[in-house]
Design a protein around this ligand. Structure first.
Ligand code: COA
Length: 166
């Protein structure tokens, strides 16, 4: 873990400025440390993403994490408790757009504002790099998370998503 940040009040303020209403009671006043991840966190991240049901290629995940960390080492953020990673967000910056991926909070730790704090910190870091617009993708089977992102200020845009494997 390269850096520890104390974010007292930051996330609560974010709820207010986004018109998201009152922050969750469980979060109010509760500070957690957001850290930048390293490749040593691979197993912890894989365990978290598996626990929350995020889909990924097990055979590629190490290579992909290494690639992201090489380009954006300050955008892979985690919350750890008792030596276990309980929440994550993996941000990327392509010079034009920022991307939010792998937002996850372990089911035992939801509703504490952990995802909110991670996204808030990621947004601040991206803004500091000159990023003016953030994108994220939600798989159809996970459409229930749309209202969550709306509360964080994200708006839906029905574009046609295309992809090609190389
Ligand atoms: C989405 C997720 C990261 C939120 O984590 P979290 O740390 O509990 O979020 P916060 O504590 O910041 O916010 C909690 C609030 O968001 C709401 N919320 C969380 N997940 C939600 C969802 N899928 N749909 C609607 N609302 C949701 C909670 O009900 C809670 O609302 P409340 O404050 O009114 O009680 C977590 O539910 C998760 O890991 N989901 C599975 C992975 C996933 O879908 N990631 C997004 C991929 S695009």
């Amino acid at each position: 873990m390269a850096r520890i940040l104390s974010l007292d009040g930051v996330a609560a303020a974010a709820w207010a400025t986004r018109g998201a209403g009152t922050p969750p009671d469980a979060y109010s006043g509760a500070a957690v440390d957001v850290s930048t991840a390293s490749l040593a966190d691979l197993d912890g991240l894989v365990a978290l993403w598996t626990a929350v049901g995020l889909r990924f290629r097990h055979d590629l995940v190490a290579e992909e994490l290494a690639g992201v960390l090489e380009r954006d080492p300050d955008l892979v953020l985690v919350v750890e408790e008792g030596g276990t990673i309980i929440a994550s967000v993996l941000g990327t910056w392509d010079g034009r757009r920022g991307w939010v991926t792998r937002l996850a909070t372990h089911p035992d730790h939801r509703g504490r504002g952990l995802a909110l704090q991670l996204v808030t910190e990621l947004e601040e870091r991206l803004r500091a790099k000159g990023c003016r617009k953030l994108n994220l993708l939600i798989e159809q089977h996970n459409a229930a998370v749309v209202p969550y992102y709306e509360r964080l200020g994200y708006r839906r845009d029905d574009l046609i998503f295309m992809e090609k494997f190389l």
